[in-house]
Write a protein that binds this ligand. Structure first.
Ligand code: ZN
Ligand code: ZN
Length: 243
């Protein structure tokens, strides 16, 4: 190759090499720029943490989420709906309770007024005069009335008649005691014993009878006075009277 042509070839080769190098640099620069553009932007922010005391302020509940139309309620939404329904029911029951209490108070007042109207106030001494037995001075829980109209305890009358019978029988010592009873005395032709009212001394001609009306009144008054009814005792006047 002649020297001129060889020098021209070197210059051409150098030019091509420089252009290639320039193109390569351009491509590298373009690639780096694109990578930089695609890289996610990192924003540095300053977080502020507020520290507050729970005693000073209550935590604010998150606002209720509006359910989407047609979507089934979440467990939290169901719980909130149930709580709302229960609170409504509770308020209704409270209202009903107040109304019932007002009715009860009204009825109590009416009952007190009714009882006050039906209550009879009696003098204790006046009452005792009629419900106490004049033999034993105790309450006549089981009153028996005589033909004269006076009433006494059945047991008191029994004791009263028995004493009279024993006094009468003492006049007839020849007869055994079981004979000297109302059912047998008439057979022996002797005058029968005389039984008298403990109060007015009127002869008692027939067996005393239990006065159920007086018994009821005595029981009611005695219970109102706080007395307890004693055990009932069987009373029979068959020993002293035929009828
Ligand atoms: Zn008595
Ligand atoms: Zn009498």
């Amino acid at each position: 190759m002649p020297p001129d042509r060889a020098r021209n070839a070197d210059v051409l080769d150098l030019t091509i090499t420089q252009k290639h190098h320039s193109l390569t640099n351009h491509l590298i620069h373009t690639k780096k720029r694109k990578e930089k553009e695609n890289r996610p932007t990192v924003t540095h922010t300053t977080e502020v943490i507020e520290i507050s005391s729970d005693e000073d302020e209550e935590p604010v509940p998150p606002p209720p989420r509006t359910p989407k139309k047609g979507a089934p309620p979440t467990p939290n939404e169901r719980a909130r709906l149930l709580l709302t329904a229960l609170e409504k029911k509770f308020r209704a029951l409270e209202q009903e309770k107040k109304q019932l209490e007002a009715q009860v108070n009204c009825l109590r007042q009416e009952n007190a007024e009714f009882r006050a109207k039906g209550t009879v106030h009696l003098n204790n001494d006046d009452v005792d005069e009629h419900i106490l037995c004049e033999v034993c001075s105790l309450t006549m829980w089981t009153p028996y009335v005589l033909t004269c109209g006076h009433a006494f305890c059945g047991s008191c009358l029994e004791s009263w008649f028995d004493r009279a019978l024993r006094d009468w029988a003492s006049r007839y010592p020849q007869f055994p005691p079981h004979v000297l009873q109302a059912a047998h005395i008439a057979r022996y032709g002797i005058p029968p014993p005389q039984y008298l009212c403990p109060k007015c001394r009127t002869a008692v001609s027939s067996k005393p009878t239990q006065d159920f009306t007086l018994k009821g009144l005595v029981g009611t008054i005695a219970k109102a006075k706080g007395e307890a009814k004693p055990g009932a005792k069987e009373t029979s006047f068959r020993k002293y009277f035929d009828s």
